[in-house]
Design a protein around this ligand. Sequence first.
Ligand SMILES: [Fe+2]
Length: 308
Amino acid sequence: MNNRISTLNNRENKFNKFIENIPFSGYKLGPGLYIVDIPENYFNNIFHTAKQFLSKVITRKSVLLGDAELYDAINSDEFSAIECITPSGMILPKIYSSIEYNLLMKSFYDLMKDININVESWYSIMPLRYKAAYKENYKPGIQYSHELHLDSWTGFSNFAYCAFMPIIGDISNNYIEFWEPISGIDESWISGFKTISERNSILNNFKKIDFKLSRSQLAFADSYVVHKTNILPGAGPRIGIDNLFRPQWAASLAHIENLHRNSDLRSHLELTDIGIKSYYDFIDDDSARRPSEGGLKSPVGFNYIQLK
Ligand SMILES: [Fe+2]
């Protein structure tokens, strides 16, 4: 068998095992790419706790903004100027939003626990990302996100998977575009830094999938699934969770990944125990600046508290 096809098949076997016990409805969209319909109660929890956290970020008060009010706020120029939002769009938890962020994390990891997937660890505690509304001549803050890319090219493991989940905003016009291999993959495409010409020649082996994630859907994607952020002219902002992790099957393998990425890993057991055994005490105020090592290290400051 062609080497690229057998490499893809090996990856597929692992990925198919990874998704086989998911108890919710879903379907395979392409190789290494699975779409889950999130049950209403789980999505509502995530949506509601995200609203609670964002309301705190916007107003600094313990109030809950209505849907329209919240959308107007995240669609305003003032929103991206809020100090806890990084130039690349990460909305960081701070001292004043610690409880709200723990609740949001809990609602996400409750879903990750009940969805029955075998995960070893997650990169960073959980990133909440903001993708601003369409702007002409927009220069994106993240190096790769608006261009077709693999996350492994930015230092994540060659065996990492990603959970993509839009939560709030203009989900149908500001979305992730996925691409699939045309005929097989080569492992060398996945790991390590690539020059622009290397990237372009790798990307020639993929074709676009005509698909957008809907509200209350999430995608699990293997690290070879090429993707990019797409913001159509006139699109509004989007907020969501794109959270990378190491599947359990790869726990004993030698991962090719950046050391800063590696040092941010947190165990699945710890994260799925939020509110039971775990609490993350976010310790920074808005003025704190942590070294991001060129965007490779999580800028979130916290103490991990074991509750019992
Ligand atoms: Fe990405």
